[in-house]
Write a protein that binds this ligand. Structure first.
Ligand code: APR
Length: 232
């Protein structure tokens, strides 16, 4: 089976009702990153940070996977598919995808604030201040903040380097190191970019551009790839 690596961003979940970050009315238009998504913010005002992520967790739990998430599940019948997502929602898993790498963590889990490897499921939408990990330290959202290391990046880079086919869906490629992953994909691997606003960095690259929303563009590309797998 050929290996397909799919890198997703907030755009794939937009039609499930979750805000992207950098579109107009995006999440970062309403909040300062420095107030809610950095280790400094956590040290300064952990309750504010906790509340911000509680609200986001609530939205995620209320959201449902869309046709783009489901189409990627169908691809598994014909290909060895790994999804590398920058999203902290769990919509790929809820749709049924079996191989999902969360580069920026997942909001449905908490993590120890002194050992990021210790993570726990969160019951419901609310992580309350005062809940402690097994080492006795405060639990925080299992989310990679700006300025923190991205522990899964090496795994993701290796996956990209072994891709036979690459798909990029709904990401502005504004945030590193995730944005650099496309550079690891071999030149020979066909690359599909699905986004209503194709990121500028992809404009000159040799890629198949599908300028469409995820729920339209992803099922189209998936169908094309499934057809190709049946004729080769
Ligand atoms: N279908 C597909 N793509 C869409 C849709 C849609 N319906 N709506 C918007 N998009 C595209 C936008 O055109 C844009 O290219 O999704 C992309 C969203 O970009 P960002 O808001 O920058 O989100 P993302 O690239 O995932 O952000 C990366 O930044 O703030 C951090 O940690 C956060 O993981 C996030 C990272």
């Amino acid at each position: 089976m050929k290996k397909i690596i799919v890198l997703t961003g907030a755009g794939i979940s937009a039609e499930s009702g979750l805000k992207t970050f950098r579109d107009s009315d995006g999440l970062w238009e309403g909040y300062n990153i420095e107030d809610v998504a950095t280790p400094q913010a956590w040290n300064r005002d952990p309750e504010l940070v906790q509340e911000f992520y509680n609200m986001r967790r609530k939205s995620v739990l209320e959201a449902r996977p869309n046709q783009a998430h489901y189409a990627l599940v169908e691809l598994e019948e014909k290909y060895d598919v790994t999804i590398i997502t920058q999203n902290i929602d769990d919509l790929h898993e809820r749709a049924g995808s079996t191989n999902v790498v969360h580069l920026h963590g997942v909001i449905t889990r908490s993590q120890s604030s002194i050992n990021s490897l210790l993570t726990y499921p969160i019951n419901g939408w609310e992580l309350r201040f005062g809940e402690l990990c097994e080492l006795g330290s405060q639990l925080r959202p299992h989310v990679v903040w700006f300025g923190e290391d991205v522990p899964m990046i090496e795994t993701a880079a290796k996956l990209c380097a072994n891709a036979d086919i690459f798909m990029l869906i709904g990401t502005s490629l504004a945030v590193y190191p995730a944005a650099g992953l496309i550079n690891y994909v071999p030149d020979f691997a066909p690359k599909f970019i699905i986004d209503p606003n194709i990121p500028h960095v992809c404009e000159t690259a040799l890629v198949h551009k599908v300028e469409a929303k995820a729920t339209v563009g992803v099922p189209q590309v998936v169908q094309q790839l499934i057809n190709e797998s049946e004729t080769t």
